[in-house]
Every structure is written in C-alpha cells, then in structure tokens.
Design a protein around this ligand. Structure first.
Ligand SMILES: Cc1cc2nc3c(=O)[nH]c(=O)nc-3n(C[C@H](O)[C@H](O)[C@H](O)COP(=O)(O)OP(=O)(O)OC[C@H]3O[C@@H](n4cnc5c(N)ncnc54)[C@H](O)[C@@H]3O)c2cc1C
Length: 412
C-alpha cells in the first residue's frame, strides 16, 4: 500500500515532469489542473481561422537540453522530435539580402569558429572571443555590461540566439543566464546545438504521451480543478481548497506548486517571485508549398525566425512587448512582406492568425533573476516548480522540466 500522496498543482511541463518522475517512487500522485487541457504555455489547439491544429507558439529545444530529452524518453515520446543530423542554421539578412548557413557540425568542440565557410559571414575567428568573455565571472551583470552589443557577430548570431533563448533584449539580459546557456550549448560544440522541433505539434510530443504514461502508472489527473487557497497550520500546509471541495493533507503528504509566478504568490503568502514578464508574438500563415527549411533565422526585420510546417509558415518574434498594441492585421501584413521576400512568394496576404502571449516568460534581467525562488519553501510540505524558479536556466522548456525533476526528488 502506498503510504502518502503528492499533489501536483498545475499540468504545465513542470508539473507533468514532476509527476512523471514521482510515479517511479512509492507515492500516490494526483495532478490538479485548473484548465480543461494540460501543457500550459506549451500546447496545441485547433485554430478556427486557419482551420488546422497549431501550437500556442513555435517551440524549439536543443539537443543539449538533457532534462527535456530524458523526460521525452521517459514518457516514450522521443520519436516525436525532429531535427537536422547536424547543428545547421539557415539565416537571411533582410538589409543586405545575404543568405548563409551557420554550420556548428556535430563535434564536442566549437571548431566551426575556425572555418570561414561555417561561421557567420564577415566575422573572424577572434571575434568569437566575446562568447568566452561572457562566460567569465558574469556575476549580476547584464550582457550589455560584459560585451559590445554591436557589429556583425552580435547582429547575426549573439542577438538572434539570446533573443530566442532569453526572451529579453540581450543588452539588458542576465549575463549569468547567458553564460549557463553557452556552457550547455554553443561552447559544448555542435552535438548539443541541434534544433529539435515537435513537427506534429507540442501536445503530441510533450503532453499527450505524458498523460498516457501517468494514467498507466495509476496517477490521477484532474482537469477543471483549480486550487483556490491553501490553509496553513504553523509551518505546514494543512488543507487544499479547490472551491467545490477540499483535501486534508496527511502528515507525509507533499504539495508541488507548479503554477506561474503571479499565481504562486497568491497561493503562498510572502513568497518572493519575479514580477515582470516578456511577450512573444507568433504569426501563422496558411501556405501550401513553401520551399523553406524547417527553421530560418531572419536578421534586420520584425520577423526573427520562420518555421516551415506542412501547409503553414509560422513566425516567432521574442521580446515582442512593443508589438502588443499594433493592430493585428497590420502586424500580419508587415510580417508577411518579410516572409514573402525570404520564401520568394507573392505579396498577397494568405489566411493568417496572430497569437500574442503577453506573459510568455518572466523577464530575464539580473533584477528579476534575483527574485527567482528555490524549490524548497518556508512550508515543510510545499515545493515549488516552474520555468521561473531558480533553476539557473532561462525560462524555457528545459528549465520547466528540470524544475519538475528537482521538485520530484524533494517530494519523493
Ligand atoms: C509563445 C511561446 C513560445 C515559447 N517558445 C519556447 C521555445 O522555443 N523553447 C523553449 O524551451 N521554451 C519556449 N517557451 C517557454 C515554455 O513554453 C515554458 O518555459 C514552459 O512551457 C513553462 O512550463 P511551466 O510548467 O513552468 O508553466 P506553465 O506552462 O505556465 O504551466 C502552469 C500550469 O498551471 C496551471 N494552473 C495555474 N494556476 C492553477 C491553479 N490555481 N490550480 C491548478 N492549476 C493551475 C495552468 O493552467 C498551467 O497549465 C515559449 C513560451 C511561449 C508562451
């Protein structure tokens, strides 16, 4: 007989990762999700304008994201991620109309830097020393305080890479987060930088197989079950109030709170959390045949990355706060002009959809970074998880899944 229960609040990737690890130990696991669907900020749905399933946003992981890959293996979903055999990235510069391929290869060392035909055009091998400088004692400084944020290498590699991974204007972003990212990816060679994409949708890869796995392991997942309040007795949580019903916690029971920071701070009085967010905009176009690689980086435009899926081109714009007020059709037209130029397609606007997530991730400047709490809390039986907790990583899938692993280890 299992002795105790772990309640996981929130079925985003942090909650699902915690639950998937926990079912391997001798505890009963119950996941409580406020919404009707799992996946949180990483999920698929049917878009009624485009008349096709799309994701809430294009998501990429890298082959060096060890926690994400091990989660996918655990839930039996590794085959759903697709990517090139080597870490090759296609780029277009809208100002100069140049096109190039950054070829990081598949090695354990960043030797591509020494090859003229593999590195960024108009850069020299010694320019890449800025990456080493970023990794040297970043402390609480910003990227802009550590390196010069201008020039070809910055505009064509450093800015696109950190905008996508930190979701923040790089000059103001945390150099410590940038250093960790570099250490786990670019500095470790091409084998850790292969981009991996869930071509059949985020839910097919990250969410649905997790729900099947959890249920097969006798875990319960309850939808429409929002935690309204936690009642405390001294330094312990004593009762979970779900509105219509409440659950008394036994002495060995644990609660993993895996909800976004603004909601965690409402449930846990006095908890310090990040308070600022950055937006991400995605603009999707229904296009039948586009001769574009799966992923294209775009420099000197509003568009940052173009993703090519069957029947659809889809654009990601990170740190997109300035675009939140722009009329939707105007934004779609501006972005389509750029996409049409890159893909060699007519200027006529195809069916489109704009999806803007105002609170896509927390801001990643050093001030917000300092507010990210540890997994253990002031309450003995409450543990935190979420991409925004202090994982040492930017708020990404990897951070969410790693935070879930850590919370599970503390709760087991
Ligand atoms: C548009 C967009 C693009 C992105 N692109 C990338 C990318 O390319 N690569 C990458 O690695 N990351 C990317 N990210 C970030 C990534 O999606 C997140 O880091 C990750 O999904 C966060 O997971 P989480 O579980 O921490 O939080 P969430 O996904 O926010 O999950 C929290 C869950 O808790 C539930 N909940 C909230 N309150 C309650 C309550 N009181 N009771 C019960 N349940 C509750 C919510 O409904 C939700 O399901 C992107 C994010 C967005 C929005």
């Amino acid at each position: 007989m299992t002795a105790r229960t772990v309640h996981v609040i929130g079925a985003g990737l942090a909650g699902l990762s915690a639950a998937a690890r926990l079912v391997q130990s001798d505890v009963r696991v119950i996941v409580h999700e406020a919404g009707a669907q799992a996946g949180g900020r990483c999920r698929s749905y049917v878009d009624t304008v485009l008349n096709m399933p799309i994701d809430n946003g294009n998501h990429v992981i890298l082959s060096g994201n060890r926690s994400a890959l091990s989660y996918l293996a655990l839930i039996g979903a590794s085959d759903h991620m697709r990517g090139p055999a080597e870490a090759d990235f296609n780029f277009v510069d809208l100002a100069s109309r140049e096109r190039w391929q950054l070829r990081l290869g598949y090695g354990m060392l960043p030797l591509w830097i020494f090859h003229n035909d593999r590195r960024v055009p108009n850069t020299r091998a010694r320019d890449y020393l800025v990456l080493a400088r970023l990794m040297w004692r970043p402390g609480r400084r910003t990227i802009g305080e550590m390196i010069d944020c201008s020039g070809a290498l910055y505009e064509r590699l450093v800015e696109p890479f950190f905008l996508a991974t930190l979701n923040n204007a790089p000059p103001e972003a945390s150099a410590r987060l940038a250093a960790t990212l570099l250490r786990e990816t670019i500095a470790a060679g091409g084998r850790t930088c292969r981009p991996l994409i869930a071509m059949e949708g985020l839910s097919t890869a990250f969410v649905d197989p997790a729900l099947v796995y959890l249920r097969a392991q006798d875990a319960e997942v309850q939808f429409g079950h929002e935690l309204h309040r936690i009642e405390f007795e001294g330094t312990r949580a004593a009762r979970l109030d779900f509105g219509g019903n409440s659950v008394d916690l036994g002495s060995g029971d644990r609660v993993i709170v895996a909800v976004p920071p603004n909601l965690a701070s409402r449930l846990l009085p006095g908890l310090q959390t990040p308070t600022e967010y950055r937006a991400i905009a995605n603009v999707h176009f229904r296009v039948d045949d586009a001769a574009l690689p799966v992923m294209t980086g775009v420099v000197h435009g509003t568009t940052q990355w173009i993703f090519s899926y069957p029947g659809r081109l889809s654009v990601t714009i990170s740190a997109a706060d300035a675009l939140m007020q722009q009329p939707r059709e105007e934004l779609a037209r501006d972005v389509w002009r750029e996409v049409a130029m890159v893909a060699g397609l007519p200027n006529t606007l195809p069916p489109w959809q704009v999806v803007r997530e105002r609170r896509a991730t927390i801001a990643t400047d050093p001030q917000q970074e300092a507010l990210r709490p540890a997994a253990a809390t002031a309450w003995k039986n409450i543990i935190l998880a979420g991409d925004w907790t202090d994982t040492g990583l930017p708020p990404t899938i990897e951070s969410a899944i790693r935070s879930g692993e850590r919370a599970a280890a503390l709760a087991a």
